[in-house]
Design a protein around this ligand. Structure first.
Ligand SMILES: *Cc1c(COP(=O)(O)O)cnc(C)c1O
Length: 401
């Protein structure tokens, strides 16, 4: 029943990432040989007569379910990291990093990033003795000045950043952080390892909302942290605290969700390639469209972040774009209401295309522009997606006449 590193010998060959994802690193049920990994429902694990834990598992909160080992090894491998830890959500993973920093730590974070993390940092950061400094990440001088102004523990980035898709120069930020003795963490949820490799650009830590593209089917909430390869005392100390934090506080994923997450990861590469190609087609179609004042998508040559994105992303620019609707801002909300194929829902990264008026979703304190519609592109026909948006934008514009 166990599916662990001691009883199963993973591949010895160094296969390419798409191969590792498709076959889940070649893990099998060690007792039956079943190709899909078994789902282990144990919350506690029996010891043998020598009082040993046969597969290294004693209690669910402490080591997780045996399925963790496969998901963690595969995600660490796809990112080119040394180790990964799975969490019960992306937020559980991200906030773990800020929670294990010593009180009094100074952290420099993006002015615009995933709204939940901003909210947590503003609400709980100061209470826990964190000094939270927010900077516009596309202004490298501002980032460097913020990091150099006082001893800084951590610089955090997200690129392209939700929901404006602002691009951050990750290599430059890694250098700024390391020059000041700070660690550099990157939320790689949106590009995924298919399109961005932050460790190759100097990141110390990668965070994922596994809820999004990694799982890809809108049916699991999950998160990951991944540690960079290579020895680094500072980083290793943080990693041990993160492992202990998860063990003692229990933001763990259940066995069923772990199974579904790993099942989703198997198709990550073909999903991302098609999703990114469709997103590019939509961005090009609506770029310069009379009913759209601006398309925010790093794949467009005219996008502010295109030059950096083209340098640090590979094989595409992911499936997230935002349309700024021309005219009064209410027109964007109405266009969302008129969509028939795009699903009006939050979240991103699934096989179904979603549309969201982000300002309405985020509520007070939102930095999202009011004329903006956030699109998460799925696997539908690009022709159908374009037609749906066309009719919705037209109806929304006509309403004013
Ligand atoms: C969704 C998301 C998160 C939070 O992840 P959850 O799994 O919802 O907790 C963090 N960062 C980004 C970029 C996200 O899209």
């Amino acid at each position: 029943m166990s599916n662990n590193r001691d009883t199963y010998t993973p591949w010895t060959r160094d296969y390419r990432p798409e191969t590792r994802a498709a076959q889940g690193d070649g893990w099998r049920c060690p007792t039956t040989g079943a190709v899909p990994p078994p789902i282990g429902l144990g919350a506690t694990f029996a010891r043998d007569d020598q009082y040993r834990t046969p597969a290294g598992h004693a209690y669910l909160r402490d080591q997780g379910t045996p399925g963790y080992e496969q998901a963690e090894d595969v995600v660490a491998g796809l990112e080119g990291g040394s180790e990964a830890l799975v969490f019960s959500s992306g937020m559980a993973a991200a906030t773990a990093v800020f929670q294990v920093l010593p009180a009094g730590s100074r952290v420099v974070v993006p002015q615009t990033m995933y709204f939940g993390l901003t909210k947590w940092l503003l609400e709980f950061g100061p209470q826990r003795g964190l000094e939270v400094v927010r900077v516009p990440m596309d202004d490298l001088d501002a980032v460097a000045a913020a990091v150099a102004a006082a001893p800084t523990a951590l610089l955090w980035a997200e690129s392209p950043a939700n929901p404006t898709w602002l691009v951050t120069d990750l290599a430059a930020c890694a250098e700024i952080a390391h020059r000041a003795g700070a660690l550099f963490g990157v939320d790689n949820t949106v590009p995924t390892p298919v399109h961005a490799r932050p460790f190759e650009l100097g990141a110390d830590l990668i965070m994922h909302s596994g809820t999004k593209y990694l799982n890809g089917h809108t049916d699991v909430v999950a998160g990951f942290l991944v540690a960079a390869p290579g020895p680094d005392e500072h980083r290793a100390a943080l990693w041990e605290r993160l492992r202990l934090h998860r063990r003692l506080t229990g933001p763990i994923l259940g066995p069923w969700e772990t199974y579904l997450l790993m099942r989703g990861i198997r198709t990550l590469y073909p999903r991302m390639r098609q999703i990114s190609a469709t997103a590019m087609q939509l961005a090009e179609h609506f770029d310069g469209h009379p009913l759209v004042s601006r398309v925010a998508y790093p794949g467009l040559p005219g996008d502010l972040g295109h030059e950096v994105a083209a340098r640090q992303m590979t094989g595409g620019f992911s499936g997230m774009l935002s349309l700024h609707v021309a005219g009064e801002w209410q027109r964007s909300l109405r266009a969302a209401q008129y969509c028939e194929l795009f699903i009006r829902a939050t979240s991103l990264g699934g096989v179904e295309s979603l549309i969201e008026h982000r300002y309405t979703f985020e509520g007070p304190g939102s930095t999202s522009p009011m004329d903006m519609l956030r699109l998460s592109i799925g696997l539908e026909s690009p022709t159908d997606l374009v037609a749906d948006l066309e009719q919705a934008l037209e109806r929304a514009a006509k309403d004013e006449l």
